[in-house]
Structures are given as C-alpha cells and as structure tokens.
Design a protein around this ligand. Structure first.
Ligand code: ZN
Length: 406
C-alpha cells in the first residue's frame, strides 16, 4: 500500500469517536476514574495556588508549572489516598499534562484561568495511554485495569481502528452517555493538484461564500435547538442526581449529540469539497481572544462553529498537501471594490452595492471572498518571493485600508 510510494504519504493524527455501552459494573469503574481525575486536578490546582501565593509575597507575578514538580505532587497524593491506584497510572499523569497545557493557554492569554472540576459538569473525561495494552475486537474494547466494554460504530471506523496505530484513548462521559475517542495514526495520500485558488468569506446567514460566487447556507438546526432548550428547561426543575434528572439529562445529551453530529457531518463534507477542488485556500483569521471574552451566547456559538470549520479546512490542507493562508482580521474585505480597489468607507450593512469609482455592482459576500483571495495570494507571494502564475484576477490597488484597525 503506502510503502510503495514512500515519501508521498502523510502520517497524521486523527480523532475517532465511538459510542460505548458499559454495563453497571463498568459505569461504576468509569465514574470512579472520572472522580479520581477530578480529585487529582483539583488537588494539584489548589497546591499550585498555595505555592503561587508564597511566590507572590516575594514579588513574583507568574509561576511556571513543570512536569517534575507536578509528578512529585502526584506521587505524594497517591501515598496519601490509596484509592488513586484504581486508575491507570498514565490517566493520572495526563491530568497534570492537561493542567500545564491549560496554564500555558492562560499565560498566552488564549484561555481563561483553569477552573476547578465540578461533579455537576455534564461533560467529563479521562485519557489512557496505549502501551500495547488496549485491545479491540469488532464489538468489544479491552482497556487496561478497567476491562471490557461494548461499543458500536460504522464498519469504516471499525476498519480504521483495526488498521491504525492507536496512541491513546479518552473515555468521555457526556450527559450520561459514554464515548471512547481514539487518537490514531493514519496515512493520507496527497490530493491531486487542481491549479486553482479560492477565497472564502464566513457569515451568519450564508455560512461560506466562495470567491467564484458559490454560496453555502448555514445548516438549519432549529428543531434540535428547540428540543435542547426544552430539555434544559425540564432539567432545571428536577432535583440534581435524582432518577428523573439523570433520565432527562440523557435525553438532553441525545439532542446535543444529534446537533453536533449534523454540524460535523456538514462541515466535513464542505471542507473536503474545498480542499479537493482548490490548491490554495485563503480565509480570514478569527480572533480567539475575542471568542472567549464574548458574552453574547449566540454570537459566541457562531464563532465557535466558524472556528471548527476553519480548523477542519486547515488540517485537511496539511493532510492532503494543499496550501492554507489566513489573512489579518483587520483586512477590510467587505469594503474594498474587488474590481478597481476603491475603498468604500461608509458601506454600512448593505448586502449589495455599486462601486462609485468603476460602477461595478457587488454582492457584499462574493466581493469580500474575492478580496480575501487576492490578499491571500499577495501574502503568499510576499512569503515565497516566487513569481506565481496568474491566478485569473487583475491586481488590486489597495487604498489606505490600514486606517480601519489599530
Ligand atoms: Zn470599483
């Protein structure tokens, strides 16, 4: 297969989620492991905060975390609380790795300060490293320390699991449903070159507009949203952890998963289409900081879903040997005439407009996508100093767009 064309294949990491059907004993074991992970996380976080307070008294403003310190802390915790030995050792080590990653994100201002883990959070998980001790048959997964659990997935996924090298598995509990997410290594063949470039503009009603004029509307999830809202309301009236509560939580989880599956499916198809048909893909970059600070829930969810699509296109470009270019979020893609380069300062939120300079009539989104493509190709040329072929558009003359952002 791949070794014949060695050098052409890309070895990539991929996540693969399957549904688990644990029996009562296994549910109990899973919950104990989740509890241990929560216990270790909260203890390490407390210890860190205590140490940091000491350092603060001596004028330090930042305390870097390191693996050795956390590992020593973990060993001490295990000595004190022997129930931690019920969990696979790599699972507990993963906790401080996650904590370090969480702190690094915070120090880089990409995420909020790590929070304490609560039992009431409906989403929890723990990871097991594969040291050749995870076995998979067509219906059963055998996990180290924990034992056997039934699972279900598509025949394609089963085949992939059989063929691929498994790095680790994360057991997830989401609204009382259990899943296993496998991190596997697979081989990807580069896709055929098409000699085409594209600019993509993301929007609210029209999810994606391509510079060639193609518009992809956002998926309609009104029904799922309605059901999710309904079950959240019902859940809020039930007593926490009662039988009714857990049953409703499970139904709620089913609707949330259904919505996620539909969105993921649509995004996978769209990103695959784009990466297959274009060699150079230009998009606007999204502001991650803004995403975390945004308090309006619906626009926050919209940003999260855009980010998901951008990430999919990005990693598929890497997998299949295509070029992905992200342009500055300050680039005023909507306000420039893609025909003559005129900068229209007071465009407002008009969906269509006519350029006062060259009289070209523009669809707002298509014009933006064309500008994104041009700006992306300009950046690419700056980056490579290679005289690229003519990509089929006249060169745009930029008129003082720098004045729009800091
Ligand atoms: Zn014009």
């Amino acid at each position: 297969m791949c070794f014949i064309m060695l050098g052409e294949c890309n070895i990539v990491n991929e996540g693969l989620k399957v549904k688990l059907y644990p029996d009562k004993v296994m549910v109990d074991k899973f919950n104990r492991s989740l509890g241990n992970v929560r216990f270790v996380w909260n203890n390490l976080l407390t210890e860190y905060q205590k140490t940091f307070e000491l350092f603060k008294q001596h004028g330090y403003t930042k305390l870097k975390c390191n693996q050795t310190t956390f590992n020593t802390m973990l060993t001490m915790l295990k000595k004190e609380y022997s129930f931690l030995y019920e969990s696979e050792s790599s699972t507990l080590q993963q906790v401080y790795r996650d904590l370090i990653r969480s702190f690094n994100g915070f120090f880089k201002k990409n995420s909020n300060y790590p929070k304490f883990k609560s039992k009431k959070n409906p989403k929890n998980g723990f990871r097991i490293q594969n040291n050749n001790n995870i076995k998979i048959t067509s219906s059963i997964i055998v996990l180290p320390v924990l034992g056997e659990v039934h699972y279900r997935t598509s025949p394609q996924y089963k085949q992939l699991l059989k063929e691929s090298k498994i790095n680790n598995v994360t057991i997830k509990k989401e609204h009382n449903h259990y899943y296993a997410v496998f991190n596997i290594e697979t081989e990807k063949q580069p896709m055929e070159k098409t000699d085409k470039a594209v600019g993509i503009d993301l929007g609210i009603r029209t999810l994606a507009t391509l510079s060639n004029g193609l518009k992809i509307t956002n998926l309609d999830t009104t029904h799922e949203d309605k059901m999710i809202k309904k079950y959240y309301r019902v859940l809020s009236r039930k007593k926490y952890n009662s039988n009714r509560y857990n049953k409703i939580l499970k139904t709620l989880g089913k609707w949330i998963q259904r919505k996620t599956n539909r969105i993921n499916d649509a995004y996978h198809k769209l990103s695959h289409y784009i990466v297959k048909n274009y060699d150079i893909i230009c998009m606007e970059s999204l502001d991650i900081k803004e995403l975390f600070q945004n308090t309006d829930l619906s626009s926050r969810l919209q940003s999260i879903s855009w980010k998901k699509l951008v990430e999919m296109i990005k990693y598929k470009c890497e997998w299949y040997g295509k070029k992905f270019i992200q342009i500055s979020k300050w680039f005023p893609s909507s306000k420039i005439c893609s025909q003559c380069g005129y900068y229209c300062k007071d465009l407002g939120d008009k969906k269509e407009w006519t350029c006062p300079h060259c009289q070209t009539h523009h669809d707002r989104d298509i014009n933006a996508a064309k500008n994104i493509k041009k700006e992306g190709l300009r950046l690419l040329m700056d980056e490579t100093f290679v005289n690229l072929r003519n990509w089929g558009d006249s060169t745009v003359i930029l008129l003082s767009w720098e004045s729009t952002g800091p």
